[in-house]
Design a binder for this molecule. Structure first.
Ligand code: ADP
Ligand code: ZN
Length: 725
């Protein structure tokens, strides 16, 4: 073994939640920061990444273990190393936990699987039959092919191929089993852009190829996708090694969207999201790190792929909260995408019909440039939005559809058009109670009601997945036949529609129905092809679809998102309802939207009806400014959880006692979380509020260190929280 010299020391970051990089002896290997290496760790071997060395305490050279091997993989770029450190510091997570997200294709580090193929080897055989000649002709391009491929392409039987292998004319080689991706073609014909689209393309392009965040704002259907497709095409044309990334909320990664992408670039993008299987992950990960994947489309996790030469990011539906990851490393994907673009010094485009207030604020303060697409592309008009005051036009007892919405639906279906009823609630009813004693069915592991799923014939907890059979007898007072469903879910609304419009063809569409991508695609196809008259759906149907015959959208309960009253309740409701409304009348047919609400005077409803987004945004921003809330102030949540309530309370109190104050910082809490029990864990929360200029991370670190710990209790930090449960 090579004895480690003092300067042979390397730091290696492991994909584990450890405090930092570990020192190893270089073992005489030529290695540099970013290289993937295999190192020993308590009796096993793990793959890590060589990290820039930080000054500090050093382990005595004699005790250093040596790096075993350098993997034959391109190194992570220095931008990527900086990005990992940045995200770790910002979110207060160990850098190794962030690296783990980068190394999220474990199979990519194993020897790549190969398949047996054949190329030209020795001289042609003496006896040259017509079949053999055909086969030899096939081989002239020197592309390795499998036996079955050769048979298929040369129209010969397997015996002919085997014969030439034995004769030594064909030589066996091992080629990677993973096929390369088809390259996108940026030169394919594109639609002629409208003047507004062209202005947006030119304006964004004029920002240059350095860091330049641009907001691309336009209602659904205004042509934003075509604008960023064009910018991607320009990049690919200009720089033959550049890579581009489009981030979408997971749910928007649909076959419709991908079909458009293929039309534009003549190839599928490299896809990355939670459902991509292990073999495909390996293939994609390797192609990204080798720079062969030019165009990646994915959910937020795609941001952490090891790009060779990333030069452009697009975040579509940038306002969508699906970009926030709430578990493990808690981060906001859109914000981290901006950081990535900053570190890599390249442009980023944030696209939305209803930009987040954070982004609007960045435009207002001159940090981002904004480009507006004011009209719907072509003839499509914006739908007409009306509020139905449920106090004046209440539905019949026990029903949820008001007379005006019922009549509009009947007229729509009679006219041969489609209606969508939107209710963001899965199942049949959100609450079941006993009429005799008032007992409510609650999850034993969470502070949450059990939700009735009548199609599946059971009750489900939407937080932990706990299941119960449907009950006829009250578990509390044993009365029978008294259990009653309270409130609607999509299944219950569908039941009501079936009674109102017995002839209409209905489709309930929520994640319960869309159990696989294929099933989901076939249901979307049923809507597109007009095999369905009325769709009753959750947010799963609101993202990015074109349904040509859909002219009526009914929002069953517009107030749903406003209850609970978290910081972004109004903003989110406005965004969601605008998006739902955008489904109506996307082509030549004019659409209308009916919004059922008990609060028609609420600013969200008023703005929706008037189509006055600017006024709503301005009022909401003013409100946030007065309260010092984001985007003007900053928040960080501290969540304390554990199996024993008493220990959790003790830890929460310690944090309360050690809480920082002054210098623009204050702490609310500790208080039991609204979800005081989740998956059997008790939860308390504290909320740190700070001015924009405060060093939130430094404050949090010092605070957590002061508070110490309590055995069995977990303390999680959520910087820039979006959920307040
Ligand atoms: P958005 O992304 O803003 O929702 P899209 O880019 O999806 O809008 O455009 C809406 C519809 O208009 C799509 O069907 C798209 O193919 C079409 N479209 C957009 N721009 C053009 C154009 N310049 N020429 C022809 N069709 C276009
Ligand atoms: Zn539960």
């Amino acid at each position: 073994m090579v004895k480690a010299a003092a300067d042979d020391r390397v730091a290696v970051l492991l994909p584990l939640p450890l405090a930092g990089a570990f020192d190893y002896a270089g073992g005489g290997l030529a290695i540099a920061p970013g290289d993937f290496v295999r190192v020993p760790l308590s009796g096993r071997e793990v793959v890590g990444v060589v990290w820039p060395r930080a000054a500090g305490k050093a382990v005595a050279p004699a005790r250093l273990k040596a790096v075993r091997a350098r993997l034959d993989l391109p190194p992570l770029s220095l931008d990527m190393l900086r990005f990992i450190d940045w995200v770790a510091a910002y979110t207060l997570t160990p850098p190794g936990a962030v690296l783990k997200m980068v190394m999220s294709a474990p199979a990519a580090f194993d020897p790549l699987p190969v398949r047996r193929a054949y190329v030209r080897g020795g001289p042609p055989p003496a006896r040259l039959t017509a079949e053999r000649a055909r086969l030899l002709e096939m081989l002239l391009d020197d592309r390795p092919r499998s036996v079955s491929e050769l048979c298929r392409l040369a129209y010969v039987g397997e015996g002919v191929v085997r014969g030439l292998i034995e004769a030594g004319t064909l030589m066996a080689v091992d080629v990677p089993a993973d096929a390369p991706y088809d390259p996108p073609d940026p030169l394919r014909p594109a639609p002629a852009l409208s003047a507004d689209q062209q202005a947006a393309v030119d304006g964004i392009a004029k920002n240059g190829d350095g860091f330049a965040p641009a907001l691309l704002e336009g209602v659904t259907g205004s042509g934003k996708t075509e604008v960023y497709f064009e910018l991607i095409a320009r990049l690919l044309k200009k720089d033959s090694s550049a890579q581009a990334l489009v981030l979408l909320p997971e749910i928007a990664l649909t076959s419709q969207w991908l079909g458009r992408f293929r039309d534009r670039f003549g190839a599928s993008p490299v896809l990355w999201h939670s459902d991509v299987g292990e073999a495909e992950r390996r293939r994609a990960w390797r192609a990204v790190t080798e720079g062969k994947a030019r165009l990646v489309v994915g959910a937020r996790s795609a941001l952490f792929l090891p790009y060779r030469n990333l030069q452009l990011i697009v975040v579509d539906e940038e306002h969508d909260q699906a970009f926030k990851q709430e578990e493990g490393v808690i981060y906001q994907g859109r914000d981290m995408a901006v950081v990535r673009a900053h570190l890599g010094r390249f442009p980023i485009i944030l696209a939305s019909a209803t930009p987040s207030l954070e982004t609007v604020h960045n435009v207002n303060t001159g940090k981002y440039r904004a480009f507006l697409l004011p009209d719907r592309h072509g003839a499509a008009e914006l739908p007409d939005i009306r509020a139905i005051d449920m106090r004046r036009a209440p539905p019949p007892r026990g029903a949820f559809i008001s007379p005006p919405l019922r009549d509009a639906m009947a007229a729509t279906v009679a006219a041969g058009e489609q209606a969508l009823l939107f209710l963001n609630r899965r199942g049949y009813a959100p609450l079941t109670l006993c009429r005799a004693c008032g007992h409510r069915l609650e999850c034993p592991h969470c502070s949450a009601w059990m939700v009735e799923h009548r199609y599946a014939g059971r009750l489900e907890c939407h937080h932990c997945g706990h299941l119960m059979p449907l009950l006829d007898e009250c578990p509390s007072c044993a009365a029978t036949g008294e259990m009653t469903a309270i409130g609607p879910g999509v299944e219950r609304v569908a039941e009501e529609v079936a009674e109102l419009l017995p002839e209409a063809r209905l489709l309930v569409l929520s994640s319960d129905q869309a159990t696989s991508a294929a099933r989901f695609a076939s249901m979307i196809d049923d809507i597109e092809s007009h095999r369905v008259d009325v769709v009753i759906g959750t947010q799963i149907v609101t993202k990015g679809y074109h349904f040509p015959k859909l002219t009526l959208v009914g929002v069953v309960d517009a107030d749903l998102g406003l209850t609970g009253g978290d910081l972004r309740a109004a903003e989110r409701t406005y965004q969601q309802l605008s998006q739902v409304a955008g489904r109506a009348g996307r082509e030549s047919l004019k659409g209308s939207v009916l919004v059922q609400t008990y609060m028609p005077e609420h600013p969200v409803m008023a703005a929706l009806v008037k189509g006055d987004k600017a006024a709503f945004v301005a009022a909401e921003l003013a409100e946030r400014q007065t309260q010092g809330m984001p985007p003007f102030g900053r928040l960080a949540a501290v969540i304390v959880s554990g199996e024993e309530a008493e220990a959790v309370i003790r830890m929460a109190r310690r944090l309360g006692m050690a809480a920082p104050h002054g210098n623009g910082v204050s702490v609310l809490g500790p208080a039991p979380a609204p979800l005081a029990l989740l998956r059997g864990r008790h939860r308390w929360r504290l909320l740190l509020k700070a001015t924009r200029g405060a060093d939130v991370q430094q404050t949090l670190r010092a605070w957590l260190a002061r508070a110490g710990g309590v055995k069995g209790v977990r303390v999680q930090v959520d910087v820039d929280p979006y959920g307040f449960l």
